[in-house]
Design a protein around this ligand. Structure first.
Ligand SMILES: Cc1ncc(COP(=O)(O)O)c(C=O)c1O
Length: 475
């Protein structure tokens, strides 16, 4: 007999370590449900509430009763025409939105630094793509979202675009005010799909950036990332009257939807409606005062809006997130490890720092713990051999669409033989982690020069194995 339960045992071990969770989930491992009586009852009875579609519990795939009622409350709160719960995350929402908004063969503008689920949708829906390039903030090592000028440039390259797919905010909690350009695109009849996975809390307090829901035809947002909802729980908010989105939601979500996830989505909506205004005010005040304290230690720097790309002022920052950066020559990955040794779980690291997702459920003690960890930090331990953080902006040339490359035959060739060929894979140097070539783009001399330069700096490059690259065999 084997008494091992490797996954469950590890999960229980993690729980017992009582880490400070400055990552997902937004419910902070249950703490978010302790806000009021109904939340506490939900948390205490969670195991007993794992029920399926019985009695008056309605049907996720044909909602007419309590699920419909809960979704209508959601739509009202976000001021959208329709609101839907998703049990397969924003990933399923991105797929459903893109399938609903566009038809096979449509041309769309797509932010280049988008989530995998969007690339999946571009391939599966067979869309023609015009990429929107955005800037990289070299000083802080972070990817910026696209702004109005970036969108105008992409628009200029498109022939007959049917819509735009944006990511706002991005993983760092950075966004741009896109009101004017989105209104303009809408007036031209373009469909607007926004992956707002990281912005479910936007617009519920004046100190947070405003919500994009009213401007978009489809907004997808991961309630589970920032709100008291269970992992996989997300919202889809729709303003497109012609959409057949319910079919696609059904197609991309399980036929055994979890009532725990759906009920937690109902709870997260209730939380936003009743507590968010006050709670986020308190959180942001606390976050700002500790930002000052932490920065005064002169070790790390928690970024403020003014620190972002000084030449362009239009970027907005989520003040309920910390982008904690290090000076050049220090490693963000090592900072993540150091915080973990101090029982602080970061959301992610990047070359120059870490991202921490704060929440109204964090207490003064939590901030104090973070402050003390930074105070005791021995910067020498985070030193890393200097890897010049360079972002080489290249001229891109798309030859094939992502869906055309997906099933194409390929061959691995030496770097120099690849010049003039089409890339089968993403080619991504880490750092900075931004693709220099996407599947379907031409591998130019400039690309090869960039790869050689990155290699000379010992920067690892995804999509380059030893000295070879996968090229598409055009039939
Ligand atoms: C920008 C962005 N969009 C979409 C997703 C997918 O969200 P989910 O995990 O809810 O499927 C993620 C996940 O990290 C993301 O970062």
């Amino acid at each position: 007999m084997n008494n091992k339960l490797p996954l469950l045992e590890e999960l229980l071990k993690y729980h017992k370590e009582k880490k400070l969770i400055l990552s997902m989930p937004g419910n902070k491992c249950g703490i978010g449900f302790l806000k009021d009586d109904i939340g506490r009852e939900f948390l205490n009875k969670m195991g007993y509430l794992d029920i399926t579609e019985v009695g008056n519990l309605d049907n996720f795939h044909h909602a007419e009763g309590v699920i419909k009622e809960a979704q209508d409350l959601l739509a009202d709160l976000y001021k959208a025409d329709r609101g839907y719960f998703l049990v397969n995350g924003s990933s399923s929402g991105n797929l459903a939105s893109i399938f609903s908004a566009f038809n096979e063969g449509d041309e769309v503008l797509v932010e280049r630094n988008c989530h995998k689920s969007i690339y999946n949708a571009l391939i599966l829906r067979k869309l023609k793509v015009v990429y929107i390039e955005s800037d990289f903030d070299l000083e802080n090592g972070i990817i910026l979202p696209c702004n109005e000028i970036d969108i105008e440039k992409a628009l200029g390259k498109a022939e007959n675009p049917k819509g735009i797919i944006l990511t706002s905010p991005n993983y760092y909690g950075v966004s741009c005010n896109l009101d004017d350009i989105l209104k303009k695109l809408k007036s031209k009849g373009l469909k607007i799909v926004v992956d707002a996975a990281h912005g479910a809390h936007y617009g519920f307090n004046q100190k947070l950036p405003k919500s994009i829901v009213e401007l978009a035809d489809y907004t997808v947002t991961s309630a589970h990332k920032t709100l008291p909802a269970l992992t996989q729980g997300a919202y889809l908010l729709v303003n497109d009257p012609s959409s057949n989105v319910e079919f696609f939601i059904s197609a991309f979500n399980t036929t055994s939807p979890s009532y725990l996830i759906m009920s937690s989505l109902d709870y997260a909506r209730h939380y936003l409606e009743n507590y968010a205004e006050q709670d986020y005010s308190k959180l942001i005040d606390l976050a700002q005062s500790y930002k000052k304290k932490i920065n005064s230690l002169n070790k790390v720097k928690v970024l403020s809006q003014n620190d972002l790309n000084s030449s362009k002022k239009s970027y907005e920052l989520d003040e309920s997130r910390y982008i904690m950066t290090l000076p050049s020559g220090y490693s963000g990955n090592k900072l993540l490890d150091y915080l973990l040794e101090n029982k602080i779980q970061s959301e992610m690291s990047f070359s120059r720092g870490v991202v921490l997702i704060l929440s109204p459920f964090n207490t003064v003690d939590d901030f104090e713990k973070l402050y003390r960890a930074i105070m005791l930090l021995d910067m020498k331990k985070l030193r890393e051999e200097e890897k010049n953080l360079e972002y080489i902006k290249l001229t891109r040339k798309k030859i094939l669409e992502p869906f055309e490359v997906h099933n194409a035959k390929y061959r691995e060739v030496n770097l120099f033989e690849a010049i003039g060929e089409i890339s089968k894979d993403f080619i991504v140097p880490y750092p900075p982690g931004i693709p220099i070539v996407l599947p379907g783009e031409e591998i130019t001399q400039e690309v090869i020069d960039a790869i050689i330069w990155y290699k000379s700096k010992f920067i690892s490059i995804l999509g380059v194995h030893r000295n070879s690259i996968k090229i598409v065999l055009v039939e």
